[in-house]
Design a protein around this ligand. Sequence first.
Ligand SMILES: Cc1ncc(COP(=O)(O)O)c(C=O)c1O
Length: 455
Amino acid sequence: MLRRVGPSLRHFLLEKNSRAGRSSCSREAKMSRPVQARRLEGIDKNIWVEFVKLAATYSKVNLGQGFPDFPAPDFLTEAFSRALSGGNHMLHQYTRAFGHPPLVKVLAQFFEKLLGRDLDPMTNVMVTVGAYQALFCCFQALVDEGDEVIIIEPFFDCYEPMVKMAGGTPVFVPLRPNPPKDGKLMSSADWQLDPAELASKFSERTKAIVLNSPNNPLGKVFSREELGLIAELCVKHDVLCISDEVYEWLVYDGKQHIRMASLQGMWDRTVIIGSAGKTFSATGWKVGWVVGPDRLLKHVRTVHQNSVYHCATIAQEAVAQGFQRELMLYGKPESYFVQLPKELQQKRDWLVRSLDGVGMKPIIPEGTYFLVADISQFKSDVPDVPNSDEPYDQRFAKWMVKNKGLAAIPLSAFYSEAHKNNYSNFIRFCFAKEEATLKAANDILQKWKQEKTSS
Ligand SMILES: Cc1ncc(COP(=O)(O)O)c(C=O)c1O
């Protein structure tokens, strides 16, 4: 600021400031211009901060945030202990910046199998601090000022601010619910894109589309036909795909997770994002990765090298050992990637029955460890406030945790500001929980239901 004023005025201002400083030592120097960067405008609020705090303060049972409350598998924690206190003291030092060699090697081997193509561990794989950093690096590396990025609603909430921080403009397209006519419970497969609406969002300004399959929050696993439609549009309009596949192993009822990069013409334009936290039930480790063609990854590496650069070596070593085990047991019943979805499917079914029993209609997820439920029948307990800016489901979830001790996340948290009131009769539960936790949630719901019927 001072650079722009003439020398005498500058002298006067400096004098004035220093006099003010002397007369009131305790008063803080105020800058006359905003201290924050312009790119932070409008993205400072984050619903998770509020809901995590509410859950910590009030919840007896927390089915809100997405993490398991059961232990990570023994083979993984044992690998971590070996890495920590085994003989190799170099595991306490920096490792290769773009990924610990044993981890990128085994990830390349694994994805070669899954994608049916040769991969170079050094150029086709990069390790990050969780999938979150992988997403950040991809948006920063691939999205420019003025670019449009298509985001399918409902979406994992960080996509929108990350696109904006990169200077891009998010363009939203909703999954639209088609309730089954036969009175059956809705499935996440009943939430679909309208092909014409999706096509209308692509233009010469579109740089990328974000795909999240299996999808958080709905649990939708996109079908080959749906992926084919998106792929066709990407190829036609020369658009990239940021494919968030952190729940790739969590699919149920014999469904198959299809990888966008395996579709015709998509490898060259897709970055696959994964998470050891979700894969091995160890979200606190924050090990993630990006897999893709070098022509995209070389730019993703540039962002990584100028931001985080190194990820914790010991956690990478242990995850590498976890993948080596899984590679050996691939497709076998002892594989964690076979066992975990089996166990989670039982938990899902249990929660479906529990919610259905009290009239909080569940939408049966085909994948992930989340379940969205319709709260319409509970509306009388938390009356709507007409013309309120706050979506109904937010108020409901806050009321529920404060009054019933049960934490969940409002579905509106997964919609853009403009659309957050469109689907505000739903809340999301996480069912990656011990049996006792799910039973405790069921007790709360049953008691609530009894109170409702007797009142
Ligand atoms: C869809 C999706 N992507 C990415 C992440 C972030 O994963 P990580 O914990 O590995 O950073 C999450 C976490 O909940 C998620 O649900």
